[in-house]
Write a protein that binds this ligand. Structure first.
Ligand code: DP6
Length: 358
């Protein structure tokens, strides 16, 4: 019979980054991270955060480590973990999982978080890290880890509801993380994010041109409140609602030129909000402007790329997978000075492995 006395429980959770075509910018509720307007994103596959969580029976407290993790980032994450444990416990109980809270409380919780993309790439993603940590903590709390893992992978109603309930908690850590629980095309409005059905888009390829890798001077959390002072903030919610309608229809009919135009308008509008608020700031570098100018000429073509930027200087280019090689070569030729990261659409965050050591 297996030894019951457990020294270490080890869980690995993996969550991808996501890139928004319609941006989450502005919060109605900055504590719960309820957005001012709906957003729509593409979940990625390989640009991920991988979290290893170990419960050690000697000791107590939470330690968090990882390459490129700043002191502020660590404090924010530990605060989130402490706040999320009772919320995750409640969700797990609701979904009829037994929770071993005592094991959690009497253990030393060692968390190691690393990204699959270079720490210095400037695309560090709070979305992927909060989603991965949420699942790792849930995995550490639950007793029947195997059933939990299987339920998360399930595409039935139960699996969807479970992921949604955990995504709601993750959202409180970082808003955009709730979109990383599903994929590939995800719509977030109010409290919940959900995968869109009946999409006719072809298989896509995703590139990021790494224009600049220095850490951000203005965090996206701060940007959410600063944009409200821009004169362009007026009527933004109305404009976004119209764009959402058009974009959803375009994704349903595989109308890439319309998807591309909406993404282009949204990226420019979000950065214009940054450029025109009462204390203007910019993430752009001369490289960003050069890339945007270069790509502008492709936007009017018959088969345009989908171009967008996060709250940062790097430019994301999404094209049909059938044009992957052609676009890789083009981007390399036009901007040989910038490194390119490459990815594809994915299905969202999961617990990938677990083991109990004796
Ligand atoms: C610019 O999710 O980082 O990437 O909720 O404060 O953690 P917090 O903000 P965060 O906002 C990201 C906004 C964005 C656009 C988007 O992904 O929709």
């Amino acid at each position: 019979m297996k030894e019951v006395f457990r020294v270490t429980t080890h869980i690995t959770a993996r969550a991808p980054s996501n890139i928004a075509l319609i941006k989450y910018m502005g919060k109605v509720d900055p504590v719960l991270n309820i957005p001012e307007n709906p957003s729509l994103s593409l979940t990625l596959q390989d640009l991920c955060t991988v979290v290893n969580l170990r419960l050690k029976s000697e000791g107590e407290g939470i330690s968090l480590s990882g390459p490129g993790l700043s002191e502020a980032g660590r404090t924010r994450m530990i605060h989130y973990i402490q706040k999320s444990v009772p919320l995750i416990t409640e969700v797990l109980n609701k979904f009829e999982f037994k929770v071993d809270l005592q094991r959690w409380e009497s253990s030393q919780v060692e968390i190691e978080s690393r990204n699959t993309f270079p720490a210095s790439s400037g695309i560090a993603s709070s979305a992927s890290s909060f989603a991965a940590v949420t699942l790792a903590v849930a995995g550490a709390l639950v007793q029947d880890l195997e059933r939990f893992q299987l339920s998360l992978d399930n595409h039935d109603d139960y699996g969807r509801k479970l992921r949604r309930a955990l995504a709601r908690i993750s959202r409180q850590g970082s808003g955009s993380s709730c979109r990383s629980f599903e994929g590939p095309w995800v719509y977030w409005e109010g409290e919940d994010a959900e995968a869109l059905n009946e999409i006719q888009m072809p298989e896509m390829a995703h590139f990021v041109l790494l224009v600049d890798s220095s850490p951000k001077k203005v965090s996206s959390s701060l940007a959410h409140s600063m944009v409200r002072s821009s004169p362009l903030w007026n009527e933004r919610v109305k404009r976004v609602e119209e764009r959402v309608k058009v974009l959803k229809q375009a994704l349903k009919s595989g109308d890439i030129p319309t998807v591309s135009r909406i993404a282009w308008s949204e990226a420019w509008e979000m950065h214009s909000l940054f450029h025109t608020c009462s204390e203007p700031f910019s993430y752009w570098t001369p490289g960003t402007i050069d890339v945007l100018r270069g790509l502008a000429s492709f936007i009017l073509q018959k088969s345009p790329p989908i171009v967008t930027l996060d709250a940062g200087p790097n430019v994301h280019v999404i094209v049909p997978a059938s044009q992957r090689d052609e676009w890789r070569a083009r981007l390399k030729e036009l901007w040989p000075q910038f490194e390119i990261l490459e990815d594809r659409p994915g299905l969202g965050a999961r617990v990938v492995s677990s083991s109990d050591g004796a």
